[in-house]
Write a protein that binds this ligand. Structure first.
Ligand code: PMV
Length: 309
């Protein structure tokens, strides 16, 4: 039996603006994971994929070309030089909430590639894993920036610019994030497409907003490199204001952002596509319990405390 896993992620700064070429920062969230187990299957079975959380199972040879799970299994098999339909059963489990901006699709795909590479004893560098996963992100998201597959495959905080690449950077002082779920599913594809329509109707206005977000992401990187958590919190608040102006927040997110700040968070903002999904708050050791409680009172269905290092 072979087992491999991959973490979730959150975007700290720069979601949406990143699609238009501005820098963004994302971090892995190891408190939630996707896991893939590979076991030999009976002769002539072919490859069977079992997705426990979705109560779904399918044979690879019967799956459509544009099925994201089938696509990543086929791509991974080809990359580890295994043509065909080996008699294997892949069982996928995940603690990453689906459609909440936590990179569940990228994590499942990454865990599949890692598990197949391990099973066939083929070494794939993280860059190759990330590139394969990107090809399934296109099926999930339409026009992904590539930030999800990068942060999940490398499992490091990344400063990412679409089309240019990414840099890893130094986290001077570890910090705590409260990640709170609105319980509302959000379609990244739809929110990104809606924003595209608004952008096309008023390019100048949105270019200015995206430019401000990009400056915030660059300043945030410096604040993280210098361990300046007060500055970092302030930048999260500024980024949230711009996301509201872009029209990608929603009342539930706004309520939770306010609740986190009232509970003593240094800053808070939505994370990912918005209109549901998760929000994040920068919390101190002392304030984390109170922020957690305030978030739940404001409607959070789940709060994860993650240490960024
Ligand atoms: O998949 P999510 O919800 O984390 O959102 C992705 C972030 C966007 O910037 C909105 C889209 C993208 O492709 O980067």
């Amino acid at each position: 039996m072979t087992v491999a896993s991959a973490p979730g992620k959150v975007i700290l700064f720069g979601e949406h603006a990143v699609v238009y070429g501005q820098p963004a920062i994302a971090i892995p969230v190891r408190e939630v994971q996707a896991q893939v187990r590979i076991e030999p299957g009976p002769a002539e079975q072919g490859t069977l994929v079992v997705v426990q959380d979705l109560r779904r199972r399918f044979l690879l040879r019967e799956a459509a070309d544009d099925d994201p799970l089938a696509r990543i299994v086929r791509l991974a098999l080809r990359s580890v030089r295994h043509e065909g339909d080996p008699d294997l059963t892949l069982t996928i489990t995940s603690t990453i909430p689906i459609a909440r901006g936590m990179g569940s699709g990228a994590a499942v795909s990454t865990a599949i590639v890692r598990a197949l590479a391990k099973h066939f004893e083929f070494w794939l560098p993280s860059r190759a894993v990330s590139e394969l996963v990107y090809q399934t992100e296109v099926l999930y998201h339409g026009t992904p920036s590539g930030i999800d597959n990068t942060v999940v495959a490398f499992e490091k905080p990344v400063f990412f610019v679409k089309g240019e690449g990414w840099e890893f950077f130094w986290v001077d002082k570890p910090f705590l994030l409260a990640i709170a779920d609105t319980g509302i599913e959000s379609s990244t594809k739809q929110v990104v497409a809606d924003l595209r329509r608004r952008y096309e109707a008023d390019v100048d206005r949105y270019q200015v907003l995206f430019g401000h977000v990009g400056e915030i992401a660059s300043r945030a990187r410096l604040a993280i490199e210098q361990g300046d958590h007060a500055a970092l919190g302030g930048l999260m608040d500024e980024n949230q204001e711009l996301l509201q102006e872009m029209g990608v927040s929603c009342p539930e997110l706004d309520r939770m952002v306010l609740a986190a700040r009232e509970g003593g968070a240094l800053g808070a903002k939505l994370s990912g596509a918005g209109r549901g999904g998760n929000m994040i708050a920068l919390v101190t050791e002392e304030a984390q319990g109170r922020v957690d409680m305030m978030l739940r009172l404001a409607g959070a269905t789940r709060v994860i405390i993650s240490r960024v290092r």
